[in-house]
Design a protein around this ligand. Sequence first.
Ligand code: MIC
Ligand code: SF4
Length: 642
Amino acid sequence: MGLTIAQKIIKEHLVSGDMTVGTEISLKIDQTLTQDATGTMAYLEFETMGIDRVKTEKSVAYIDHNTLQSGFENADDHRYIQSVAKKHGIYFSRPGNGICHQVHLERFGKPGKTLIGSDSHTPTGGGIGMLSFGAGGLDVAVAMGGGAYFITMPKMYKVNLTGKLNPYVTAKDVSLEILRILSVKGGVGAIIEWGGEGVKTLSVPERATITNMGTELGATTSIFPSDEITRDFLKRQGREEDYIPLSSDEDAEYDKIIDINLSTLEPLIACPHSPDNIVTVSSLKGTKVDQVCIGSCTNSSLYDMLKCAAMLKGKTIKESVSLSVSPGSKQVLTMLADCGALSDIIASGARVLECACGPCIGMGFSPNSAGVSLRTFNRNFEGRSGTADGQVYLVSPETAVAAALTGEITDPRLMGEEIKVTMPESFLINDSAVIEPAPADEAKALEVLRGPNIKKFPDARPQKNELTAPLVLKVGDNITTDHIMPAGAKILPYRSNIPYLSQFCFGVCDKTFPERAKAAGESFILGGSNYGQGSSREHAALVPMYLGVRVVIAKSFARIHIANLINAGIMPVTLSNPDDYDKLNQNDSLSVSDVFSGMDKGEIILKNNTTGDSIKLSCSFTQRQKAILKAGGLLAYVAQSN
Ligand code: MIC
Ligand code: SF4
């Protein structure tokens, strides 16, 4: 049987397992990336492992999430990451150099290689045929140390593209269309390969928009073939030698094939508060807009920015609208400036922000009360913008500009003739904002600089064979990591300070949770389906662990979060019968016994001491995962194994 693109790369990197769908495999990782919000913790974990130099081909530490530096905390953490990177063989991308995924695509990613990153949108690298995964910081730390990355062998889905996008219909609309078809749960357990004749009509930045948003489908990752378009992109980036061709075999088999005819698509929009809440832009025509934000790792390439600049040229944005533009990288910003397009953006009345995540993660530019904000980003989870009642919609750059100019949701096809942009023959190459690591012989003497904001990693709590504790929180379906451990300007500076962060845990759902969990000492949480969707932030597991949560019961879990729970020593189990969700109420007293033999059998019995009900819980832990849970988390497990 022939192989898909992902299967080919997996086969070449397989360390353990036999590639049977649903079983555990582990992969050799060629490259890693971190960003600052997850990076501090990842490097603290790496240091704990006691390894001198990273063992990957390339590891890069980016500073892009929290660049406000509203106090010493942030600046100290940046300095810590810079010094730890220099010492241990990691490249350091300074604040201002751009958003990790955009810069990695431009400067470091390679087709056919494996990449894990402590950020859920790492699959952006699939735009150049790289097999890239979002992961928790601990998994990235292990990979930097040369350890394999463990995943469940995914199913293979193919999206077969035909036709060609019409004017003002974009790669973002393709992403929204697949979200409409599959929903935020539709990609769980699968790698999505994009193929068919239509692929040839999409440039690398467009492909990267699509693989980036594959994360919102819950997919393990997404990937495009590496073809002449990929070669051309790498050549323009001055690194044609990194090109290798990659395609699936003719007789490769897929678990699902979805057909999308690009010619039939129209501009789409994701309504509050979920990326799969999709309608056509034209159906919301006339809705008043307060704010428009262009940028994020989804839509901040030079291609996107040039199109926006062309639409804004010679025009002024509507008085009632506030527009922000954040170019994805220093390369993009410099090239926009050099060709004059930046002046067109500024002249229109836009506010040009730093090359960073910015408003996407609630770092400034929050909308006004109940404000309608159209964003070219990938997530519109409730409260993420920093304004609790903000109404965030996700759109393409073209739809964003149309709204900025008219003050209301407007189908961009009404904005006149198609805007055509010509891409430059070569990109401007200047890696001055990437600091190289010190040579190994000099590195030993280097000091790692730590500020007072860095607090000790929480103590491991090994799983016990028996536990009686209250159900301290019951929540519904699609709980995101933004619900569990919110981000935003007030909280993000404390990502290396778990005790401080713990005050905000589940703040969006129930502000009393931290106090109640602490008072309980040990506790259970109950979630609905797709628990933990969204970000890779391991803080959404480490903080509940710190607060004493020992077991999370849910109807189903999101991939990265379940790995993070296990890595933090919290046991994730599912309800064997989802209807039993109704038999459990907040504050019920619950017990599990014979946990260790239950882990082996795949079934643990939960006793509800309040109602007398017995409920079956399912689990399917590998030997390694059981050992991690018994050790009290991955760090403790690694320490025990050394
Ligand atoms: C996000 O988009 O939610 C983030 C912020 O990039 C996160 C990482 C984080 O929480 O630091 C992600 O997607 O993994
Ligand atoms: Fe940054 Fe937003 Fe992309 Fe996350 S989704 S990496 S916050 S730009």
